[in-house]
Write a protein that binds this ligand. Sequence first.
Ligand SMILES: Nc1ncnc2c1ncn2[C@@H]1O[C@H](COP(=O)(O)OP(=O)(O)OP(=O)(O)O)[C@@H](O)[C@H]1O
Ligand SMILES: [Mg+2]
Length: 143
Amino acid sequence: MTDLGQGLYAPFVRERSTGYPMTAGAVRLARIHTRRQLTMWRWPGDVQDAVLIVSELVTNAVHHGRKVGHELWVRLAVLEDGALLIDVSDPVEAFARFGEDGEPAEGDERGRGLRLVRDVGGEVSWFLRRHCGKTVRVRLASA
Ligand SMILES: Nc1ncnc2c1ncn2[C@@H]1O[C@H](COP(=O)(O)OP(=O)(O)OP(=O)(O)O)[C@@H](O)[C@H]1O
Ligand SMILES: [Mg+2]
């Protein structure tokens, strides 16, 4: 688990949380909602990159964090310094081999999502939630 020294409850100036079913359709919906919300907030960072990150994290929640009878949550929060926190929560209380993502083998079509997130400047961490599951957090600077 990591926390990047920013605290789990960093002060924010704007926030939105939305629940989604654990289905592939959640990815498309979360992308649409994120683009709309960040545009409405006039978030000064790269909205395309933020949408891409949401897409990868929600896809991961559906593929790796799925449990029957549970949903996933996406929280967007803009911090005082303009950075965006993207929190995606799922009910699975583990993240096996977090941070061990080496170079994917040639022809390997998996294991690229979090690498992509980091390549666009996302700082990835995760932490357990108090009552159920975990949150995967990406911090994306606004400039
Ligand atoms: N929400 C999650 N819960 C548990 N494990 C996860 C979660 N997200 C990612 N992981 C683990 O981290 C690994 C790397 O994730 P990453 O998104 O980079 O690759 P992937 O999902 O396997 O493939 P893809 O390239 O299609 O994204 C996953 O294979 C999985 O083992
Ligand atoms: Mg993935």
